[in-house]
Ligand binder design. Structure first.
Ligand code: ZN
Length: 479
């Protein structure tokens, strides 16, 4: 294994990553605000943090990972009121949709999924701690954080505080990106709004306090890693630091990792430009979950990802190439041993794969290692220079590859069916293919060529091509 180095927004440097408690990583990811379906920009970050999580586990680290669901904010309250339902009822549909989207994209569940509305007492307690240390002030029933009391404010986003007006406040959930303002920890209820009756008065939590309170409740006062989209660094993460460090006096997070923006066809994604997509919009256009995961994960997280339909077609082809190769490896009848020592090439590829990921999660390098190996292994197989020992080494590579990339199992049709989409192109399972291939072999031995042709055609219609080898064996692959 290569030394793991990660880019830390706090230091502005790529540095060796060593967890505070040996062997165990405490990680927090800012989850979605569940007022609508999450979009591909959100999922760029969620796929990135999943690749990070999977790679940390591959390195033998135990994960203590929490992700929140923000299920109370201005938009949720307004939308729920408009729909004449409670906020829990309103958000439940989007919570379930988010879980289903994560399953389709093979995003592993964190150890803790946590909903903000289940943790109001922890937030109230944290605000009381800040009150005791004089970090807060009250105004018209709301409670604000006094930024001037926390001199380190701005250390994450490097925001220039020279223009800060002491006491300038903001209390909605959508913040300006340029100005540091005292922000609401607790918001007084407006008439007709949902609120909680608590020791600090009636109201509801601000967005930032949710993450500080929940992260520390589940992971302790100092976290190893906190991830999120780059747009969260200011003010959200800056405010999390101010709250947590103000209350505890300890460093809140050792390594902050931010995923860059996603563009669509070179432009900022927005509903008004008509280039705004949820995962479901793309499944509706015939794209598969595996292709989307591949497309979102293939660009290293610190680079802007330009999402294009051409790129999505390429991702579809890349996944098909990987699966065809894995199928060929499973079906191949290779001689014993290693005729040309190819297994060493597979071991080298595994080292390159690990080196890529260890270098600040460079997924492009890791994928390059996979496709180089695939091409060379195909050549070795074509020329008979590939034995069972080589197959074993290549299989070990593919196992390690898929522990992180998670695109090899051919389960798109089932996933799409779970999301309510008709199964794409009558997808067929390897077991079913093998059964039909065996039946065709029997038909050929009986010289029943009509049935043999029928089976070939049936498989072709379902996207499977058969190739008859000289030795009488049959190889199948997907179109
Ligand atoms: Zn957060």
């Amino acid at each position: 294994m290569h030394e793991l180095r990660l880019h830390n927004t706090l230091s502005g440097k790529t540095e060796p990553f060593v967890p505070l408690v040996p062997g165990e990583v405490r990680m927090y990811t800012c989850g979605p605000t569940v007022y609508d379906y999450a979009h591909i920009g959100n999922f760029r970050t969620f796929v990135f943090q999943d690749i990070l999580r999977r790679y940390l586990r591959q390195r033998g680290l135990k994960l203590k990972h929490a992700m929140n669901l923000t299920d109370v904010d201005d938009r949720i309250i307004a939308n729920a009121a408009a729909a004449k339902v409670g906020i829990r009822e309103y958000t439940e549909k989007f919570v379930q949709a988010f879980f289903a989207d994560c399953r389709a994209l093979a995003i592993q569940a964190p150890e803790h999924w946590i909903r903000a509305t289940d943790h109001i007492p922890a937030m109230v307690e944290l605000i009381e701690r800040l009150q005791r240390k004089d970090f807060t002030y009250a105004s018209e029933g709301s409670i604000y954080y006094r930024i001037a009391k926390f001199p380190a404010y701005g250390k994450l986003s490097k925001i220039d505080l020279s223009g800060i007006q002491a006491g300038a406040r903001v209390d909605n959930d959508r913040y300006e990106k340029e100005n540091a303002r005292d922000f609401a920890l607790w918001k007084a209820p407006k008439p007709g709004e949902h609120f909680w009756e608590t020791e600090i008065g009636p109201g509801r939590p601000g967005w930032h306090i949710e993450c500080s309170a929940m992260a520390m409740q589940y992971l302790g006062e100092t976290l190893d890693i906190h991830t999120g989209g780059v747009d969260l660094a200011f003010p959200h993460h800056e405010n999390e630091i101010a709250q947590s460090e103000g209350a505890t006096g300890k460093p809140f997070v050792r390594c902050w990792i931010h995923a860059e923006h996603l563009l669509v066809e070179g432009e900022k994604m927005s509903k008004s430009l008509g280039n705004f997509y949820t995962m479901r919009d793309l499944y509706g256009k015939g794209f598969k979950p595996s292709a989307l995961r591949y497309a979102l994960g293939s660009v290293p997280y610190r680079r802007q990802l330009n999402f294009t339909f051409d790129g999505l077609e390429q991702a579809t082809n890349s996944v098909a190439r990987l699966r065809n190769f894995a199928d060929r490896l499973e079906q191949g009848r290779f001689p014993a041993g290693s005729p040309s020592g190819f297994h060493r090439r597979a071991e080298q590829a595994l080292s390159e794969f690990d080196a890529g990921l260890a270098d600040d999660l460079n997924t492009a390098v890791a994928l390059g290692a996979a496709f180089d190996l695939l091409r060379e292994a195909n050549t070795a197989m074509d020329s008979g220079q590939f034995g069972q020992e080589d197959a074993g080494a290549v299989r070990r590579f593919l196992t390690a590859f898929d522990e992180v990339f998670a695109v090899l199992p051919d389960d798109d049709a089932a996933k799409l069916a779970d999301l309510g989409f008709a199964a794409a192109d009558g997808a067929v399972s390897p077991t079913e293919i093998e059964a039909l291939v065996a039946e065709r072999q029997v038909a050929r031995q009986r010289r029943d060529f009509a049935r043999s042709d029928e089976i070939r055609k049936e498989l072709a219609d379902r996207g499977i091509i058969l190739e008859d080898n000289k030795d009488g064996s049959v190889r199948w692959k997907r179109k």
